[in-house]
Each structure stands twice: as C-alpha cells, then as structure tokens.
Design a protein around this ligand. Structure first.
Ligand code: DGJ
Length: 734
C-alpha cells in the first residue's frame, strides 16, 4: 500500500517506487515531518529528531519546563505563524478582532483510492487504470474553529507526491489569510544547493545553481504571471549531485500567477522550503464556513541525479497533468507569420506564405497579431476581436477556406486578457480594465489588463472566443498575454478585498480555459506570454504546448531549452526556425542548425517562406520529412541532456530515447570552433546495453555507445550541427 498509517507509532508513511515520505503525530498532536528521501521501510524516523535545550527557542505551554522541545527546530509538516516557530511559514492567518495567530494540531485522517481534485485549479490526475491514492490529514487550531486539511496524492509508480492545503473557517468572525502556501517541507540535512530558472523576456529559464547559505533564498514573481524572470519549478539537491548521480528533490507549483518559492537554512543547518501564491498583495478573507484552496505543489525525489528527476517530472506531466488529446497526437508542423510580416500583411501575402508552406509539406498556417480591430501596431485594438476585412481583403472564413484548399489547417493568435485604451471595448467598459482609481494607469506594451476577477469579464471572454471560433474553421489558437500585471485594483470589489484580486484573476483565467477545453476538445491551444512568460505546470493542465521564448536564435535557444527541460516535457516546448540574421540578436546560423534546434520541441517555422532560396526550400522539405518520420521519438521519447550549454563551450548535445530503447536520436550543435581541433566524443545514454544499433553504417552495442561513446564529426563552419537517429537491430549482421 502506498500510504500506511501506523496507529501505534502514529506515523503516516507514503511510498513511491524510489522514495519514502513520512510524517508523525507527536504527543502534543503536532504533525511533524520525519523523512523524505530514498525509498526505505516504514520505521518511525522520528528518532532522527534530537530534542535538546537550544537557547532562545520557544516552548509551547503544554511543555511547561521541558526546554528540549521547540517548534523552532522540530521539523514540521505545515508550519504556521504563532506557535514559537521563527522560520518561514506555510500559513499566516488571524481571526478578525480576536487572535493574530494559529496553533495547528492533529484532528483526523482519511485514506482513499484515486487522486483528489481541486475545484477551479489545475491538479495532477490518475491515468487510466493507474493506482493512485489520496491521504487527507485534518489539522485544527488548538483554540478556535479553524481547520486546515492537508492533501497528498501518491503516484507510486511515477515517483510523484502532490500536495495542497484547504483552510476552513467555522467561526462567526472572519479569518484573514495573509499567507497560505501550498506546502512546507523540512530537510534536516543533505540539501545544500538550490537550482532555479531565472531569466528575462527573450532569455527565459536560465539554469542557476546556488549553494544555500544561512537565511532565506527566495525566488518568485509578483507580476501576475509566473513570469519570464523566475519560474515556479525549483530543485533542492546535494552539493555533489550531477546529471547522473546524487540526491535531488524537484518542486513544481501548478500555478500561473504570482508565486513564491523560499528555502531557509536554519540555525542548525536544516533546510525548510515553502512554495505557493506570493504573499505580497495577497489577502484573503474567509467568512464563516468558507474555505480557501491552495494551488497544488508536485514533489519528486530521486538519489539518481538530475537527469532521472527530469525524466520522472516530464513523464508525469505528460501523462498526469496535460489533458489535451493533442498530447498523444502528432502536432501540426506550422508556419507562423509573426517574424515574417509582423503587423504588416495582407490576405494576399498570407496566401503566398501558405502556398510555400504547402509546397514544403507543412500542416498549418498560423495568423499572428494584427488581424482584428484597428491593429497595425501594438498601440490599439486589443479587445476588438472582429476581423479587419479591409486588411485581409476578404472575410476570415474566405481566407481560411483558401488556406484549407491548399491542404493546410488554419490557426489564429489572440490576446483575450488585454485591452487597448484605443478600442471599442475600452470605450464601452473602461471599468473592466484594472487601474488604480484617480491615477493615470501604469501601462505595459501600451495596454491594460482586463479584470478577470469579475464575472461579467469572464463571460465576455468566453463569448468572444465562441464568436471567433464560430467565424471560420480554426484548428489552433495561440493564447498570448503581453504584460506584467500592475495596478491590480478591481472597481467591482470593496477596497478591503483588493488583496484577493490577483488570485481571483487566475481563477477566472482557469475558468475560461476550462470552458474552452470542454467546449472545443479538439482545438489545439498554444500558450504564450511574450514567449515563455507563463511557462508553468498550471498552464499545461489546459494547453499541451507553450511558445517557449520570443528569442528564436538557435544558439540562445540551446540555453532556454536546456533550462526548460528540467521542469517540463519537451513536447510542450514550441520552437520555430526563423530567418537570419536573427531578429533578436543578429546572429547568423546555418539553416540546418536552426532546424535541429527547433525539432527539440513542437516544431515549426516563423519566417517569410516566400523569401527562402531554393536550397533552403530543399532543406526545409527534408527537415519536415525527417520530423514527420521521427516525431514519436521527439514527442514521447525520454530526454537526456548530454552536455550543458552553461558549462561546455564547444557544443551542446541532447538525445531522445524511446522508453523501450528501440530507437534514439542524438543532436549536437557546435558553439565554438578551434584550429587543430581535438576529436570530440560523446556518450549516449538510456540505450539497451546488449542491443545492437547501427550508426553511420557501422554496428555498435548500446554498451559501447554509452560507455565508450561515439566520435562526433568535425564542425565545418560556425554553429554547425549534427543529428543522428539509430534503431535497435534485430541481430548483428556478422
Ligand atoms: C508576443 C509573442 O510571443 C509573439 O510570438 C507574437 O505573438 C507577439 N506577441 C504578437 O504581438
């Protein structure tokens, strides 16, 4: 059984294939955290807690004179403000006019089959016939009718444990939540490093490994989106942990708004980590019998290195988080007109691009920004989701019909959460935009954010999407969101409830996404926020792929894809071949390298196909044919990072291997050139040691390719690249 309650020892032990997680109810009813690490038995691990008289550590009153017990150093399952614990907390709340603190004690548990769901929020789910179990533990304040239910989902086979908390007020006075994290977790030792993924627009998810020092290491976003600048996925690991060895714990928050992940090294060098909704600008009032549900956090532990953690997370997200039927279907190889034309296009120009796309063998034309309202630059038009027929020279339906006749599907860009002041929507409903009353608004990309905490705005958004999708045969939408959200103020909410608006906005967004998903199950939705500004597990519950970055330079994408791969399946990484010199940084790279890099994810093109040379057309045709032949490997294969673009200067390499080892690819992009170069070797991973594979006409065992490695061809030019696919042979030729 994956969840065991030992009534004598009062321990809850959660077992997955490779890890064990344990909590214990102590004599005072405090829920202690006693173990999370490599798989072990159900012994009571509380012997690892060493009671001692540590000066200045506070004691709860039941302990009278016993100074050896203090919640200031005991590891706890859900830390709370007001019980003598001075480390970072999961929960800070108070009853209006009565008490500013809580003291949570054990109040019961329930184990059930299946995975709990969270109303209105993304959550992992059990696969078909997959055995998943749920544990609910109820905690109650020692004095007041305040309840916290901790939820655990145990995916035994997948090595995943999910967590969430539900806080309920049963008092007649309101409970004011100032901080309500999804989880806290205490590690007494061994987690010395923190890996996070920071960045900027056009440079998202850069790998950042830090040694933890005393005090708090904090990352987060207060931008209303999970953001380009930090990502709600982080790893705690040992100082010696590498790609293939050592202990590490991945932590993913299923949330697309402002978030916070903190890790505190305490006075005895233990590490506490908390994660959840950012507490800046957060305040939630619970009246009698109301409850607050935190977003879900997903944990995985392995002692087999970062690569193993990645594959566990990627597999679980693909199978237990992404719902779109597109996760298993071949994604259309598309051309998007953004970098081809920006706002400057006509219907005729789009059809020329479509014609070339059909010639190359692409599957879809995507019409990006600028097709609606008065939108010839980014200063106007958002909110007016009716077609600019003058610009297209026809109706949307007519355009789409012509594209369909060429054998291509059609996709379209929208940015429904935003409004331009120069738009009919804003003129009609200025109060639907979030602004601080009496002040000039803070704008981002010259636009304002619609107040999705309001019911009428949510309904308007659903209706405008219905209207758009009813206009023509639209197979795909790219859902964009192009600003950080400031001036969060809802004119429909009382002044003292404004602290709830940011989270209500995200709940509103999820409601709209859920509506679209249920109404248009076959629609392929690509998430986007100025590239990868909302690349998070919350979004993946609604969309199977996300535009990874507005930076399309193949070399910078190596770093962006590398960082993204730690927390997210590669099938979710939308990546396109664009023109050179690259529009973001002016770099020139070979067409082949751009193709190899973009095939790392959901593949496509983003340039004026009409301007390609015949040689480039030939290469594009070859790339598309190659991708179509091997897409299952790229979509469903296990992903191996073979060298880091942050550490290895000469090349970056990665590989996909089918889970049964029957087929594998190896991609290499050279990032430096040398006179008189040394031979470059690389070791494959994930192959079957005694199977035989053919590479460049020669046979090798899996063991040889993994232990001995293979010799890479010499680069012929700057940013040259190489890619090979090998298949397991029935038997050796000789
Ligand atoms: C930002 C996106 O990331 C781009 O791909 C493009 O869609 C623009 N927005 C359009 O405004």
């Amino acid at each position: 059984m994956a969840i065991l309650f030992d009534s004598k020892a009062k321990t809850f032990t959660l077992q997955t294939k490779k890890s064990t997680y344990q909590m214990k109810i102590d004599e005072q009813g405090v829920l202690l955290h006693t173990y999370f690490g490599a798989g072990t038995d159900e012994s009571d691990y509380s012997y690892l807690i060493v009671p001692d008289d540590h000066g200045f550590c506070a004691q709860p009153s039941e302990h009278g004179g016993n100074r050896n017990y203090s919640l200031d150093f005991y590891p706890q399952e859900y830390s709370v403000h007001g019980n003598g614990d001075f480390r970072i907390k999961a929960l800070r709340a108070g009853l209006e006019g009565r008490v500013p603190a809580l003291d949570l004690r054990y109040g019961g548990y329930e184990i059930s089959d299946g995975k709990y769901a969270l109303p209105g929020l993304p959550a992992f789910f059990a696969g078909k016939e997959e055995k998943v179990h749920t544990l609910r533990i109820v905690l109650k304040d020692l004095y007041e009718e305040v309840y916290v239910t901790l939820f655990y989902g145990v995916f035994e086979e997948k090595d995943i444990i999910t967590r969430a908390a539900v806080i309920q007020n049963r008092n007649n006075v309101p409970l004011r939540l100032k901080r309500a994290m999804s989880m806290s977790l205490d590690f007494p030792e061994g987690m010395d490093a923190f890996i996070c993924f920071h960045g900027k627009h056009a440079g998202e998810r850069q790998f950042d490994r830090r040694t933890l020092h005393s005090g708090v290491t904090a990352i987060g976003s207060n931008r209303g989106t999970s953001s380009h600048q930090q990502n709600p996925f982080a790893i705690l690991c040992g100082k010696d942990t590498t790609e293939e060895f050592g202990s590490c714990c991945g932590l993913s928050l299923l949330y697309s708004g402002s978030f916070q992940i903190q890790a505190e090294v305490d006075q005895f060098e233990g590490v506490r980590v908390t994660c959840g909704i950012h507490d800046e600008e957060f305040e939630w009032i619970l009246n009698k019998d109301e409850e607050f549900v935190t977003p879900e956090a997903v944990l995985s532990y392995t002692d087999q290195g970062l690569g193993d953690l990645t594959r566990t997370m990627q597999r679980a997200m693909s199978e237990n988080l992404i719902r779109s039927p597109w996760k298993n279907k071949k994604r259309p190889v598309l051309v998007n007109n953004w970098e081809a034309t920006y706002f400057d296009f006509t219907g005729k120009k789009l059809l020329q691009i479509a014609q070339q796309a059909a010639r190359i063998g692409l599957d879809m034309l995507v019409l990006d920004d600028g097709w609606f309202g008065k939108r010839d630059d980014d200063n106007s038009g958002l909110g007016d989701w009716y077609v600019n027929e003058e610009k297209l020279g026809c109706t949307l339906r007519e355009l789409v019909e012509q594209v369909n006749e060429m054998g291509l599907q059609f996709g379209i860009w929208i940015e429904p959460e935003m409004v331009s002041e120069n738009s009919d929507l804003y003129r009609e409903h200025p109060d639907w935009a979030m602004t601080i009353p009496g002040r000039d608004p803070v704008r981002g990309r010259n636009q304002l954010t619609l107040d999705l905490s309001r019911r009428e705005v949510i309904e308007y958004m659903k209706a405008s999407i219905d209207q758009l999708l009813g206009m023509a045969n639209i197979a795909y939408i790219k859902w964009d969101m192009n600003r950080s959200v400031d001036n969060v103020f809802s004119s429909a909410a009382p002044y003292l409830s404004q602290g709830a608006v940011r989270h209500k906005y995200i709940l509103g967004l999820y409601e709209v996404m859920e509506y679209i998903l249920s109404r248009y199950p076959d629609l392929l939705i690509e998430g986007c926020s100025g590239g990868g500004g909302r690349y998070d597990a919350g979004m993946l519950y609604y969309v199977p792929q996300i535009w990874c970055s507005d930076n399309t330079d193949a070399i910078e994408r190596l770093r962006i894809h590398y960082g993204t791969s730690f927390g997210y399946p590669m099938s979710t990484v939308a990546a396109h071949v664009s023109v050179c010199p690259n529009h973001q940084n002016g770099r020139v790279t070979p067409f082949q390298t751009r193709g190899i890099c973009a095939m790392q994810g959901a593949f496509g093109y983003e340039l004026d196909l009409d301007k390609l040379s015949e040689e480039e057309i030939r290469q594009a045709k070859e790339q598309v044919e190659f991708y179509n032949m091997h897409y299952e490997l790229f979509q469903n294969g296990d992903y191996y990072r073979l060298s880091s673009p942050f550490e290895h200067h000469d090349f970056t390499a990665w590989s996909y291997v089918m889970p049964d080892g029957s087929k594998a690819s190896l991609s290499v992009v050279y990032t430096d050139l040398h006179g008189n170069p040394k031979p470059q070797r690389i070791k494959w991973r994930g192959l079957i040691p005694d199977a035989v594979y053919e590479l460049d006409g020669q046979e090798y065992t899996g063991a040889a390719l993994m232990r001995g490695g293979c010799i890479l061809p010499k680069p012929r030019e700057n940013y040259d690249s190489w890619m090979a696919v090998i298949e397991r042979k029935a038997k050796r030729n000789k």
